[in-house]
Design a protein around this ligand. Structure first.
Ligand SMILES: NC(=O)c1ccc[n+]([C@@H]2O[C@H](COP(=O)([O-])OP(=O)(O)OC[C@H]3O[C@@H](n4cnc5c(N)ncnc54)[C@H](OP(=O)(O)O)[C@@H]3O)[C@@H](O)[C@H]2O)c1
Length: 251
């Protein structure tokens, strides 16, 4: 993430209703206000939607259809912020490629990517304009590719957490409890992610699999089988995938 704000173009004085007062809705409403929009919301479930230029639905994917129907009479353009959902019910989509818990500052959008799409050139331009006003870089993902695009995002964020949680469990099995485990593993995780971002997985890979040290790999597996056997299927799958990365590095 960029620590300093980009030089933003003057935001058009458009009125925007943020529908949905959950994790993203709360942050987006603050950030759009910061960017100079006339923001209504975040509007919780059942709140009246005022007449606005644009309504942005920050609701779960399954609620988009109904929320769009409610917002339609009050807004000229309607968009959603879902990564995987197409444009069946809305004019545009803008999916900020970041994880939000609800408490982040507006700067959380600076320098991130934002997948956009629109049913018309005007709607697409509106999505791109919103992304740029937030300090994000818009890139287009059409309906046919949204599920795959969102799968990549989920692997990078949600499944990464599953891997880190497994590391925490294994550390716990040898007496390194939480929060100490997170404290000592976090610098390793940050450096690994930085190396991957700079060079890709094959060049960033170190450790026993990269070195071909199979005796160590086997001893690690035995330790996991003994202390945290429920993790073995996922560890075996990840080990196999790591071997393919090591082979790519040797090729
Ligand atoms: N959080 C992220 O990291 C993130 C990142 C990128 C994109 N997104 C996208 O943001 C959208 C919302 O995700 P979220 O994480 O913010 O979910 P969330 O924290 O669960 O918030 C969803 C909010 O929508 C409200 N809601 C549900 N149905 C509604 C309706 N018909 N009208 C008005 N409000 C309604 C919910 O209210 P109740 O509490 O009453 O159910 C809740 O406050 C999703 O499309 C998601 O893909 C999220």
């Amino acid at each position: 993430m960029n620590a300093t704000p980009p030089s933003l173009p003057a935001a058009p004085a458009r009125s925007v209703a943020v529908v949905g007062a959950g994790r993203l809705g709360a942050v987006l409403a603050r950030a759009l206000t910061d960017a100079g929009f006339d923001v209504r919301g975040p509007l919780g479930r059942g709140a009246a939607i005022p007449a606005v230029d644009t309504a942005i639905l920050c609701v779960p994917d399954a609620a988009i259809h109904d929320a769009a129907g409610v917002a339609r009479p009050h807004a000229r353009l309607i968009g959603h912020v879902s990564g995987a959902t197409g444009l069946d019910d809305v004019d545009f989509s803008i999916h900020p490629l970041q994880t939000f818990t609800g408490s982040e500052a507006p700067s959380v959008f600076y320098g991130i990517g934002a997948a956009v799409d629109g049913r018309t050139p005007e709607a697409l331009a509106a999505a791109e304009g919103l992304a740029r006003a937030l300090g994000a870089h818009p890139f287009r993902v059409d309906d046919a590719h949204r599920a795959g695009y969102h799968a990549a995002a989920s692997i990078a964020s949600n499944l990464l957490l599953a891997v880190l949680d497994a590391a925490e469990q294994v550390a716990g099995s040898v007496g390194i409890g939480t929060p100490e485990a997170r404290g000592i593993l976090a610098p390793l995780v940050r450096q690994t992610v930085a190396n991957w971002a700079d060079r890709g997985a094959a060049d960033a890979l170190t450790g026993p699999i990269a070195r071909g040290d199979e005796a160590t790999v086997a001893r690690q597996r035995a330790a996991i089988a003994s202390a945290t056997p429920a993790l073995l299927p996922v560890i075996d799958a990840l080990t196999a995938q790591t071997r393919t990365i090591a082979e790519r590095a040797r090729a």
